[in-house]
Design a protein around this ligand. Structure first.
Ligand code: AHG
Ligand code: MN
Ligand code: MN
Length: 347
């Protein structure tokens, strides 16, 4: 680890910006034996898909590719054109790469096999192809979330068993955010969190945020307070106390809620913040999906020094029972998430 961060130290000098993802991977491969060429392949395919989606998202308003397809996904949500495009792009890239044995997506009811006739690899990838898609038509940031596991079955096509693994066994996870710039943020096991910004002039992601650490304390809280009346009285009190400065920092938190989890999470990761999506009366397990949203972001949060819980249990310890399982989520800076955990213990 120290070797790796030593190698980066000299690149933190602003005059030496420009580490590409392949160079970063070469450093990782030297420092970490698990980072095989096959893992680099998965990351390369995800980033290529991210570039294509980014370009599509940025031109969507010009070429009338926004809006609804008229279809409803397995979650009962309206599917947008860009949801479908993003899903198909990633599934096509990974499904022909030879690096994965099975995939799963928020948009598909069942695990997705590799493309017919293509070889199976050792990785399993789960995606939220376009998170925050209700924000597309109004020019608010969206993102692609990904989670990478090693397969648990021995060989051949991957199965549901490969997909239903707890977050603690992820080998890597992260997101690509389509914001004022396009950024890829990822964490690999025991390697820390790195942010790469897409330089549109050369079409490459360049290291811009080496070894991201999230602030210990929050300055921001992010929750859909429109749901307040359908939260439990305890969740209502939790948000109120943090907002009003009764939390561990002792100062009031300011509200920021975009409504794209990736965007809210990314801001909080860099600035310090806590994001809540508690249970509601209509959604007793909350809204967010364990495999495609909560696990990957919890992995990034923890590797950056933060925490993620459903209140009672560390997100990464939850053993999934279903592909599209939902869980309440409290994620972000360590001090405030620990405050939530302590409050739950007293309930
Ligand atoms: P998706 O667009 O992938 O379906 O995810 C939407 C999620 C998440 O991005 C966001 O934080 C949350 O839904 C917002 O929900 P509310 O509108 O209920 O606040
Ligand atoms: Mn989502
Ligand atoms: Mn989505």
């Amino acid at each position: 680890m120290s070797d790796l961060h030593g190698a980066y130290a000299k690149h933190e000098d602003p005059n030496t910006v420009g580490i590409t993802f392949p160079e970063h991977m070469n450093l990782l491969q030297k420092a970490f034996p698990f980072a095989t060429g096959e893992f680099s392949g998965v990351m390369r395919e995800l980033m290529l898909a991210g570039k294509i989606i980014s370009s599509k998202v940025r031109r969507a308003g010009l070429v009338h590719e926004m809006g609804l397809t008229g279809r409803v996904n397995v979650q009962g949500e309206q599917v947008q054109f860009l949801d479908e495009f993003s899903n198909e792009t990633i599934v096509r890239m990974l499904g022909t790469s030879g690096h994965v044995c099975v995939m799963s997506s928020e948009e598909n009811a069942d695990p997705i096999p590799v493309a017919p006739g293509y070889p199976c690899g050792k990785y399993v990838v789960t995606i939220d192809p376009l998170d925050g898609s209700t924000n597309i038509d109004v020019n608010v940031s969206t993102g692609t979330i990904f989670s990478v596991h090693e397969r648990v079955t021995a060989s051949g096509p991957g199965t549901l068993e490969d997909v239903l693994q707890p977050g603690s066994t992820q080998v890597a996870a992260g997101y690509i955010i389509y914001g004022s710039s396009t950024m890829m943020v990822y964490a690999a096991r025991d390697c820390g969190v790195y942010g790469f910004t897409l330089d549109p002039t050369i079409g490459e992601f360049l290291l811009s945020h080496p070894n991201i650490k999230t602030p210990e304390h929050s300055t921001v809280y992010s929750a859909n307070e429109g749901n307040t009346s359908s939260w439990s009285p305890e969740d209502r009190e939790l948000v109120r106390a943090l907002r009003d400065g009764e939390g561990p920092g002792g100062t009031p938190l300011t509200a920021r809620y975009v409504g794209s989890l990736v965007s809210d999470f990314h801001r909080n990761l860099l600035r310090g913040g806590i994001y809540f999506y508690p249970a509601t009366q209509a959604k007793p397990n909350g809204k967010l999906r364990l495999l495609s949203e909560c696990n990957p972001l919890a992995f990034v949060a923890e590797q950056a020094g933060g925490m993620a819980t459903n209140g009672a249990e560390r997100i990464l310890d939850i053993v999934p029972k279903e592909l599209h399982q939902r869980v309440p989520l409290y994620i972000g800076s360590r001090a405030e998430v620990q405050y939530v955990v302590d409050a739950f213990r007293r309930r």
